[in-house]
Design a binder for this molecule. Structure first.
Ligand SMILES: [Zn+2]
Length: 317
């Protein structure tokens, strides 16, 4: 096996085998860093192999990612996130949303008076964002396109865990943010109850697309190494955490993996068409039964600082 180093702690910290995540005919392996408790895919995948796991089913239908009712809910969540984020600023400025998807959050920030820019790897998602009138480039962070200190705010909503080299990206963010600017992150928490309870059935593990799963202290450590100071860290998310309990429980009941997630996506994907009526019925019944327990568990895990995903705001000193 290749020698794996933690991107946060470097070669000094040891790594141990952690878990095996099967997906169809594939097996993926994660190791855990003894220094910071983070978990990462090792051996890694070649870019072309990784790309094959971001297909039509992942990005949803042509016009939108999810069904209309779910899109409405996502818009409300994005508006709440925009409200939380704006509170760190006396007045609106320029934002770069990395991995902006179809631009729902950027639109909400524009409603708060911000000048919004986005980057997105999926041409299909970027096209949806552009149709909504947003300025979105396809690809990774276009560092050459912007001078240093171009932005007041750079956001990574459920994106850091997908990046092959998070440390290199932090360097780019540091250059693009003005002094006193804010970087906002939400990402799965490897030290959460959900991660412990569900193991390789955990919805937020999402092998092999999630390459690196942070612990809260690892996130603080990598940010501090790049000159960022923590302003706020939250363990509660209406948007991510109750759903994590729900879908992970379904995954443990022998349902096909992430069936509810498939059902709430826009109906045109091939995986969606393949789900049988009985399977859909069972998924709906279990969802109804587990909805309230999932919310209560999400509150409890956040009180004890073991939230399934964490949301953090850092300032560039
Ligand atoms: Zn580490």
């Amino acid at each position: 096996m290749e020698e794996a180093n933690c991107p946060v702690c470097g070669p000094k910290a040891g790594v141990d085998s952690f878990l095996k995540a099967p997906l169809g005919k594939f097996q993926f392996y994660y190791v855990r860093c003894s220094g910071c408790g983070s978990v990462f895919l090792s051996p890694g995948l070649k870019p072309a192999e990784l790309q094959s796991f971001y297909d039509e089913d992942y990005y949803g239908g042509e016009e939108r990612k999810f069904r209309p009712g779910i899109e409405t809910l996502r818009r409300l969540f994005a508006q709440a996130r925009a409200h939380r984020t704006s509170r760190f600023f006396a007045k609106p400025g320029r934002i770069l949303d990395v991995g902006c998807g179809q631009g729902t959050f950027l639109q909400s920030m524009q409603e708060h008076g911000w000048e919004g820019y986005g980057t997105e790897l999926s041409p299909r998602s970027a096209a949806r964002a552009r149709r909504a009138g947003l300025s979105v480039s396809v690809g990774e962070i276009p560092t050459d396109a912007y001078p240093a200190a171009s932005f007041d705010l750079i956001t990574f909503w459920q994106v850091l865990e997908h990046l092959p080299d998070p440390a290199a990206v932090m360097g780019q963010v540091r250059r693009l943010l003005r002094s006193g600017g804010v970087m906002a992150v939400s990402t799965p928490n490897m030290e959460s109850w959900q991660a412990t309870v569900f193991g390789n059935k955990w919805f937020h593990l999402d092998a092999p697309r999630h390459l690196f799963l942070f612990s809260p202290r690892a996130l603080e450590k990598i940010m501090a190494a790049h000159g960022f100071r923590l302003l706020k860290l939250s363990h509660f998310s209406w948007e991510q955490n109750p759903y994590g309990w729900l879908q992970s429980s379904l995954n443990c009941m022998g349902n096909s993996v992430d069936s509810l997630y498939t059902m709430i996506k826009d109906g045109s994907s091939t995986r969606n068409r393949r789900l049988s009526l009985a399977h859909r019925g069972k998924t709906c019944l279990v969802t109804a039964a587990l909805l309230l327990p999932s919310v209560l568990l999400s509150v409890a895990e956040s009180v004890l600082k073991r939230g399934a995903t964490i949301e953090a705001f850092f300032v560039k000193d």
